[in-house]
Ligand binder design. Structure first.
Ligand code: CU
Length: 170
């Protein structure tokens, strides 16, 4: 090998080593699953909004959703299908039940970690979480249903004050 060949050989070797290290590094940071990588999302609740107001998830991938009440009063977290629903003029109690029945999480197992004031279920399904100020929980689930749904807080007056958002699963 002459000097020039040697330089080229060393460069090629270095490139291979760098590519191999990058592959190993990616492999450990983002464990691949059948439907892609785990999604970590944080949703904050305050007076009177969800931040961010739109949550976008990939269908079929595991989700780790941290829900934090950064407000000074309690807030609800509900996600539901509004198709064909006419909320105007509906009795609040009746509407709450209706929204629970329409929960995105019907038929989707949700693991709840942390302390919430209330975790309401319909059968085994989580349909509503109520958090006191400062409380936070982590919800783990796989968003299997695609579509656009609504997030809302139905503590009296909050939804009307703008405490709602979009839940989009693609
Ligand atoms: Cu609220």
């Amino acid at each position: 090998m002459n000097g020039e060949q040697e330089v080229r050989y060393v460069r090629r070797l270095l490139t291979l080593v760098i590519v191999a290290l990058a592959a190993v590094g990616l492999g450990t940071r983002q464990p691949a699953t059948a439907a892609g990588t785990r999604q970590v999302v944080e949703v904050q609740m305050k007076e009177f909004a969800f931040v961010p107001a739109t949550v976008t998830l990939r269908a079929g991938a595991p989700v780790e959703l941290r829900l934090v009440n950064r407000g000074v009063v309690e807030h609800e977290f509900m996600v539901y299908d509004t198709k064909g629903l006419h909320m105007a003029g509906m009795d609040p109690q009746k509407m709450h039940k209706e929204l629970e029945a329409r929960s995105y999480f019907r038929g989707i197992p949700v693991q709840v970690e942390g302390k919430a004031k209330t975790v309401e279920r319909m059968g085994k399904d989580v349909v509503m979480l109520l958090l006191d100020p400062g409380q936070q929980v982590v919800l783990r689930f796989v968003a299997t249903k695609k579509g656009t749904f609504e997030m809302g807080c139905h503590t009296p007056g909050h939804y009307e004050a703008g405490m709602k958002g979009q839940w989009v699963v693609r």
